[in-house]
Design a protein around this ligand. Structure first.
Ligand code: COA
Length: 191
């Protein structure tokens, strides 16, 4: 149940990857890539101050404010072989414990090695086996071939294309994907 993970987020593992919450010790790894502009080509913006200076991501600007537990998951992707943080993957904007969005980004030095697909498949297993979420949403700019491909490889169903809509921060044509619990359960080899 989502409630079980409000405070302690799980650590997931695949053949090549550990998927875990990041901390300040990961700053040097993130500095290598999180500020690179090619990651944000289809997000319609440049890297933010925090993305360019990842140490800022771990400083709580208002430590006196008691934080509400969040149902969201925000993980780093660590390559076991080198113990380096090479990506990030999130399930966020979870609504009524029923539906959430997915997002991911990977160090460009590690693109097209199947890392995001491997991480997302494991995140899907976790979500549908351990939480009550019934639907995940994905969105990808139509020009973002790699992201569209990741969703297709993970079984997401393309439900349509929004024309000249606002996906993140600029207007573009983007594809909407959905993965229902029942879609996931019918993927061959899942059960
Ligand atoms: C999207 C992103 C996370 C994909 O990460 P990745 O680890 O390289 O993804 P994978 O290797 O698992 O899969 C990528 C697929 O796209 C394919 N691909 C990538 N560029 C391609 C191109 N120009 N033409 C054809 N196929 C392409 C790869 O061949 C691979 O498919 P395959 O396994 O069938 O060969 C990465 O490109 C990224 O960080 N992009 C910037 C951030 C971003 O756009 N995030 C998503 C926002 S919606």
């Amino acid at each position: 149940m989502l409630k079980d993970y409000e405070i302690d987020k799980p650590i997931l593992e695949t053949d090549r990857l550990i998927i875990r919450v990041l901390n300040e010790n990961d700053t040097d790894d993130l500095k290598e890539w999180l500020g690179r502009d090619e990651i944000y080509t289809y997000w319609g913006r440049k890297a933010s101050k925090g993305e360019k200076n990842p140490e800022l991501l771990f400083i709580d600007p208002r430590p006196w404010v008691k934080r509400k537990p969040s149902p969201d998951f925000d993980w780093g992707i660590v390559l076991k072989e080198t113990n380096k943080v090479v990506g990030m993957i999130a399930v966020f904007d979870i609504q009524n414990s029923r539906m959430g969005d997915i997002a991911y980004r990977v160090n460009p030095e590690y693109w097209n090695m199947g890392i995001t697909t491997e991480a997302l498949k494991e995140v899907l297993r976790f979500v549908f086996e351990n939480t009550e979420i019934d639907r995940l949403n994905g969105r990808a700019d139509v020009r973002n071939i790699a992201s569209n491909r990741v969703m297709e490889k993970c079984g997401f169903v393309k439900e349509g294309t929004v024309r000249q809509g606002k996906m993140v921060s600029v207007y573009c044509d983007y594809n909407i994907y959905g993965l229902l619990r029942e879609d996931y359960m019918s993927i061959p080899g899942i059960i």
